[in-house]
Design a protein around this ligand. Sequence first.
Ligand SMILES: Cc1cc2nc3c(=O)[nH]c(=O)nc-3n(C[C@H](O)[C@H](O)[C@H](O)COP(=O)(O)OP(=O)(O)OC[C@H]3O[C@@H](n4cnc5c(N)ncnc54)[C@H](O)[C@@H]3O)c2cc1C
Length: 291
Amino acid sequence: MHSDVTQFDLTAPASLQAVLKHLAAEPGTHTPIAGGTELMVALGAGRLQQRSLLSIQHLHELRFIRVEDEAIHIGSGTTFTDVRRSAEIAKHLPLLVQSASWTGSVANQNRATIGGNICNASPAADTPPALLAYGASVTLVSASGERTMRYIDFHLGYKKTALRPDELLHTIHVPLHFAGYRQYIRKVGTRNAQAISKIALAGLAKIEDQRLVDIRLGAASLTDRPVRCFATEDALRNRLLAPESLEETIRAARAALASETHAIDDIRSTARYRSAVAGNLVEEFLRSLVP
Ligand SMILES: Cc1cc2nc3c(=O)[nH]c(=O)nc-3n(C[C@H](O)[C@H](O)[C@H](O)COP(=O)(O)OP(=O)(O)OC[C@H]3O[C@@H](n4cnc5c(N)ncnc54)[C@H](O)[C@@H]3O)c2cc1C
């Protein structure tokens, strides 16, 4: 059933502090709206419960890309187009640029924010695999202060996050520790463009003397939330990446991935397909690492 828009209020407080005050005064009453590319679909479909929308789209305090020695800090209100156009992000975090370029259409990317992509907490969102592989952390703000946590702890389940009703996601911090890592990302959907993923994988690998000294794998659309595949990483770390041992390495990776993840069935795909294709992607990444 479609919503009647006249039943909704939209307030656009002038500053971040004013937004946080609203959230603190009536926690759980207001829905923050950034680009609105998720929320307007939910509103149109009659799935939006709260009738009060609090715009954060215009807040310059949330729209920035700041590069420091150890990390890149990205404001939650940064759009996908901002991400795609940032030379610094392209230089240091190519997986993030690639995933931003996959999100919807260009028109969508002009409005959609990285914060909205994360806070919407869809297991199929495009940026989480890269952010998980890069080991991002996030800062949440409220009228009473701020807290920073590992991004991996932010997702608590299907459409569930660690955000309290009086909090906003403020900044995503991505460490710059990955110079010299081989980087991989792939999204599998119904089409190459404008499709939500059926499965997506981002990977980073550090190789020294043909040995896989570090590997980091982030996946979307595999389980009820974006996941880091720690057991698979453990099964692969310190393995020799030589042609003669590659098949055994791939078998070990596939087995570890299947046992650590419980793939989901939903409207876009089946658990069986997801599990098989996730294994294929890990295999593709591993094969690309062998000379
Ligand atoms: C045609 C179309 C195609 C799409 N294709 C893709 C795709 O390929 N891949 C993909 O991943 N997504 C896709 N999307 C979904 C959507 O565009 C993205 O998830 C986008 O990043 C959402 O950002 P937004 O700023 O528009 O979020 P909004 O719709 O404004 O908000 C989404 C949710 O996040 C919350 N929120 C937003 N910002 C904050 C914040 N700073 N703090 C706390 N909560 C916040 C809102 O309250 C809401 O619950 C598509 C959407 C459409 C309409």
